[in-house]
Design a protein around this ligand. Structure first.
Ligand code: ZN
Length: 397
């Protein structure tokens, strides 16, 4: 992760949505004399960012919780007052597909405008078979509307819904619903590429997570976990054990968990925006993970409760300033490793021959400016499969 392979004075040749060639500009202009040129004006061109962890299908934002948190109320108290995840669940269940689509599209356009060309989107605010399928169908429709590359993840195991919490055998009943009803429905419609579970004490236990993800694996889905966010409970170890594509959050991962992830093919996806927004003084041990040899990815965790940002470069700022990654490591975490966290690394996340022409152009002269101008929006254009996805009003484009 220490070498992002930065080169200067080059051009990129794109044929049929795929990068054919990267080389000195004059030579490429001769070799592809019939091509349509786009002058990037000496700016920084990067692989389009891969945001491998979002909860972008939701109804109303939950801005009222920010002040409550600042005044000292904890998550349990906010939930008792009707906030938290269950507020988003109540809200989403009341909305139909068209309404959710209308809300999600502009939010994802904002993400694209920050340089993101591939985005993973989870369900998880439905928590009934119908409402989870509804959310996943919205994700599929977004993929038909926006040029961004969308990766759908089924997160029926985001939380135990309130109507099951009060039942005597509610937990096991809900796990049974997930495995016996929801998963077959999702799989038979081909609505998700991954299954994810919120594995955390008080939400889904290690054993429940193993049950759900083992069934998902049999149904042909890739696996993801929300793991070790608040407490080290063995989530990272479970991710490696069951061959998960990624283990996400990891702010409380143990030393043993770091070692196990480093020896596995599971990507460690870190979400520093969440910890910052919640006002936590702790961040995931990114340095220790990278130094141990783990593949670290960065993502926004875009969601209405704990990380309402669509600004991907801001996450890169946190990667350098809070996680203490180098700029090269941050770039790799935002592109190559983000793609690996979605099993797309063989054709997404690099500016190299054979890779999809997913590109983002920034109004900067040096790649180190991307995390430096923090909170700024300097992405002037993105392309997905060679097709313009987002273009700002910059004249030369
Ligand atoms: Zn999440």
């Amino acid at each position: 992760m220490g070498d992002a392979g930065i080169v200067t004075g080059v051009a990129v040749a794109v044929v049929d949505g795929t990068i054919r060639d990267v080389g000195q500009r004059a030579a490429l202009e001769r070799a592809y004399s019939g091509a349509t040129p786009i002058d990037c004006g000496g700016r920084v061109l990067v692989p389009g960012f891969v945001d491998s962890h979002t909860h972008a299908i939701f109804g109303k934002p939950r801005f009222e919780e920010q002040e409550l948190r600042a005044s000292g109320l904890d998550y349990m108290e906010i939930a008792r007052r009707g906030g938290g995840i269950h507020a988003s669940v109540r809200d989403l269940r009341r909305r139909d597909e068209d309404e959710l689509l209308g809300l999600a599209v502009p939010r994802l356009r904002r993400l694209a405008a920050s340089g993101v060309t591939t985005v993973e989107v989870k369900s998880g605010y439905g928590l009934t078979p119908d409402d989870e399928i509804k959310s996943l169908r919205v994700i599929r429709r977004i993929g038909e509307i926006l040029p961004m590359r969308l990766v759908p993840t089924w997160l029926g195991a985001h939380e135990i819904p309130l109507e099951y919490r009060d039942l005597a055998n509610g937990r096991s009943e809900y796990v049974r619903l997930l495995v016996s009803t929801m998963l077959p429905g999702v799989a038979s419609e081909g609505l998700a590429r991954f299954a994810d579970v919120f594995c955390e004490p008080g939400v889904f236990t290690i054993d429940e997570t193993r049950t759900i993800l083992t069934a998902a694996k049999s149904a042909g889905l890739g696996l993801k976990l929300h793991a070790d966010e608040l407490r080290a409970s063995g989530g990272a170890e479970l991710a490696a054990e069951i061959g998960a594509t990624s283990a996400d959050h990891l702010a409380a991962i143990s030393d043993a968990g770091i070692r196990v992830l480093a020896e596995s093919n599971t990507v460690a996806t870190l979400l520093p925006g969440t910890m910052m927004f919640l006002g936590k003084d702790r961040q995931a041990p990114a340095r220790a993970l990278v130094d141990a040899g783990a593949a670290v990815a960065l993502a926004t965790d875009f969601n209405p409760g704990t990380s309402p940002t669509t600004n991907f470069p801001l996450i890169m700022t946190l990667g350098v300033s809070q996680l203490r990654l180098s700029v090269a490591e941050t770039m790799i975490a935002s592109t190559v490793n983000g793609a690996a966290a979605l099993s797309l690394a063989d054709h997404v996340g690099q500016i190299a021959p054979g890779y999809s022409a997913d590109l983002a152009l920034f109004d900067a002269e040096d790649v180190r400016e991307l995390p430096y101008w923090y909170g700024d929006r300097r992405c002037v254009a993105t392309w997905v499969r060679g097709r313009a996805c987002h273009t700002s009003t910059v004249d030369s484009l």
